[in-house]
Design a binder for this molecule. Structure first.
Ligand SMILES: Cc1cc2nc3c(=O)[nH]c(=O)nc-3n(C[C@H](O)[C@H](O)[C@H](O)COP(=O)(O)OP(=O)(O)OC[C@H]3O[C@@H](n4cnc5c(N)ncnc54)[C@H](O)[C@@H]3O)c2cc1C
Length: 392
């Protein structure tokens, strides 16, 4: 059998998006996946797709291009991917310190071209009646978009398969195959696979694979603790978050609770179509340890009870951890791997891989096929910057 033109490692949202775009362009693609689609970050992800929090410049432009392309992509994918647009998103303000934080954040959001305002609690509860009436207010972001991360990953995969892409589950890559200094394939538990080019899309696991070709790739997992409630009637319309989400990164000096800083703790709750609520809001540099920590879950729940009191009546039926693939400078790597001919990187999308997934697959496919992304500029994500950003 002839080798495929492209071997993609990892069938998360990013790998599946790329497989879709390459196969639509008539390219032959094989995707090697350690477990199954959406078993990585996609299966533990929030669903926000928005410009918020990005300054103007290459990242803001890239995110903007992804959001602009999303409606067309939804048409192309021809199945329900949970796409919702111009939906309200609240970042709740819990006290006077958070009100100060919210005022600073608002300036940053507006500067980043995000429509946002601070509303009092009566107004906030018109959008999300489940928010406690005892709190001062919220930042209202009325233009938020949403994808269902699992449905999206599977839609990419199904359309890619229809265009001839081959997906092999339980084929974890143990090492990259090098010949004469060039990466020509990947070794897996199910045998060796060769291709014209190898694209690393293995999210948090990318660094371990790159290392087998001698490349020190600064991508590491940031874990998030998740809880799922029993199903309930309609409770949450969009996503309810906390204004501490961005503050723990941008203004740590304003946060007085050490545990909040340690776990980069905020709060987020969304409700699925089946009625379960998904709660998350921590970010921790804890390696690949995915055993939930009772103390973090307790902190999250305490915050949750304060913000959405109805949560007290719901049982938690499941908890687990998700791993965000975070790069050294918080930007993804998209392009040729430095000093490893034949290997390409498309990884490190951090906290925004769902937001960026639409344009990532398209831009990376264009880059691989034509040598240049046309839909938007990806030069800011050139992996040649590896090692120059100053440590993780
Ligand atoms: C709690 C949480 C909330 C989030 N909320 C949002 C949000 O609201 N909006 C947003 O835009 N983003 C959000 N994200 C981030 C987003 O989910 C990620 O950026 C995105 O899913 C990363 O996709 P990926 O395909 O790169 O990685 P993954 O989905 O992790 O995929 C990597 C794949 O590689 C596979 N793999 C691993 N090792 C190997 C191997 N050796 N061989 C072959 N395959 C391998 C894995 O099994 C996995 O399937 C959130 C993430 C988390 C954890």
């Amino acid at each position: 059998m002839p080798y495929p033109e492209y071997l993609i490692i990892g069938a998360g949202t990013i790998g599946c998006s790329l497989a879709y775009q390459l196969s639509v362009q008539g390219k032959s693609v094989t995707v090697l996946e350690d477990r199954d689609t959406a078993f990585g970050a996609a299966g533990a992800s929030g669903s926000l797709v928005g410009r918020w929090g990005y300054d103007e410049g290459p990242v803001g432009d890239f995110v903007g291009a992804s959001i602009d392309y999303a409606p067309q992509l939804v048409e192309e994918l021809q199945e329900d991917v949970g796409w919702k647009t111009e939906t309200d998103y609240l970042q709740v303000i819990s006290n006077d310190v958070e009100m100060k934080i919210a005022e600073i954040l608002l300036k940053k959001y507006v500067y980043g071209k995000v429509r946002a305002s601070i509303v009092d609690i009566t107004e906030a509860r018109k959008y999300e009646p489940a928010v406690s009436a005892e709190l001062p207010g919220a930042i209202l972001i009325p233009d938020m978009n949403y994808f269902d991360p699992i449905k999206l990953a599977f839609a990419f995969r199904r359309r890619a398969a229809e265009h001839g892409a081959v997906f092999i589950n339980e084929a974890g890559v143990t090492e990259l195959i090098m010949r004469g200094g060039t990466c020509v394939g990947a070794r897996t538990r199910k045998g060796d696979h060769y291709a014209g080019a190898v694209v690393l899309c293995a999210g948090s696991w990318s660094a371990g694979i790159a290392k087998t070709a001698g490349l020190e790739l600064p991508v590491k997992p940031f874990r998030s603790e998740m809880m799922v409630t029993e199903p309930t009637g309609p409770l949450i319309n969009g996503e309810i978050g906390s204004c501490t989400l961005k503050a723990v990164w941008y203004f740590p000096e304003l946060i007085t609770d050490e545990r909040v800083l340690k776990y980069k703790l905020s709060f987020a709750i969304e409700q699925t179509d089946t009625g379960t609520c998904i709660i998350h809001g921590s970010r921790e540099d804890a390696g690949f340890n995915v055993i939930p920590s009772p103390s973090v879950l307790e902190l999250l729940l305490k915050t949750g009870y304060r913000i959405v009191p109805a949560l007290r009546d719901l049982r938690i039926i499941r908890s687990f951890c998700g791993l965000r693939p975070v790069s050294e400078d918080n930007l993804p790597y998209m392009g040729a791997a430095p000093s490893v001919p034949g290997l390409f990187l498309c990884t490190g999308h951090g906290a925004s891989g769902i937001t960026m997934s639409a344009v990532t697959g398209k831009a990376m496919a264009e880059y691989l096929i034509c040598g240049k992304a046309r839909i938007t500029d990806i030069s800011a994500f050139d992996p040649s910057r590896i090692g120059k950003a100053g440590g993780m």
